[in-house]
Design a binder for this molecule. Sequence first.
Ligand code: GLU
Length: 395
Amino acid sequence: MSEALSNRIKSLPVSQTLAMAAKARELKNQGKDIISLSLGEPDFNTPDFIKDSAVEAINQNFNSYTPVDGYVELKEAICTKFKRDNNLTYTPSQIVVSTGAKQSIANVAQVLLNPGDEVLLPAPYWVSYSAIATLCEAKFVEIPSSIDNDFKITPAQLEESITPKTKMIFFNSPNNPSGTIYTEEEYRALAKVLEKYPDIYILSDEIYEHINYGAKPFSFAAIESMFDRTITVNGLAKAFAMTGWRIGFIGAPEWIAKACTKMQGQITSGTNCIAQRAAITAVSADPSKVQYMVDEFRSRRDIVLDLLGKIDGFKLNVPNGAFYIFPDISAFFGKTIRNKEIKNASDFSMLLLEEANVATVTGDAFGAPNCIRMSYAASELQLREAVKRIKEVVS
Ligand code: GLU
């Protein structure tokens, strides 16, 4: 029967982050003692002051359809946030609230990309970027980087990747999966190249903005020459521990925001009413209110880096943001461990799952085939145990 499915869905890869998380869950349900470092999801509860707003909204009978692009109070609060945190001046007509940043990105891709357009993806990149481009029948073009360069691309590489078909570039800093943060200077150098190509649009995914360890991330749209062709994507999932609430948003040129609203109006309509009311509280809160989570992530990062650094074969960079470690494990390729031949990162990730009961995600999914991704959004106890098990298997 599955033969009847459309070519569109047949050509779409499964999300490797979600697939690994599902596999870990399934094994846990079978009674296996799995430590899942696969999903990028804070292990904290949503802060009480945000939950209280949601309860209040229910009691105030917020239950009707919402405006497709979001409640005006939320869009105003998002404009204030953009000014406060990013020095960006947007008006509510430039904001669209969506069911998660993933939908925000998919909307933007759907309204800007035509079949055959090229989308530049500095690698490593989040798994769904390439899939979303593929869904638009666009071609994604990877710009490689390496751990030796802190997973950053150079202006020269950017320029070499541009062709007459290039329509967009997706930037993501702090980066999932590498944790890399581009400095303002580095962004300005990349923008210098883009200034020569006025028909290229920039999607700047800033979802990990608040999860940084000192180096405050810069917003691409804060570069004056880029503002009119940048779509700034953000959301509440990561910094506010609200992954399941599904609130993402964009700040964009008005004509792009309007097109995204039109797209969303035919697919999902306005985002959930209760989540939006809670989002007003979250977006308006000073980021210092969630700093305790960031501090905890930082301490876990340091522990994992220290422990993994003691295992031969794990090559590490120091991620300055997000909550992932992205070691280069290519030193294991060609080896046989516990009777399993390790040909690539997927084999290594499977080895860790089967022999150490630790779930990670293969770097192939992120355009970095020498690496694996480990989320440290797990308890210190679990992280220590996970690295201990990994060491036992690979040593
Ligand atoms: N963004 C998170 C991750 O990379 C959540 C899963 C997903 O949507 O990919 O793990």
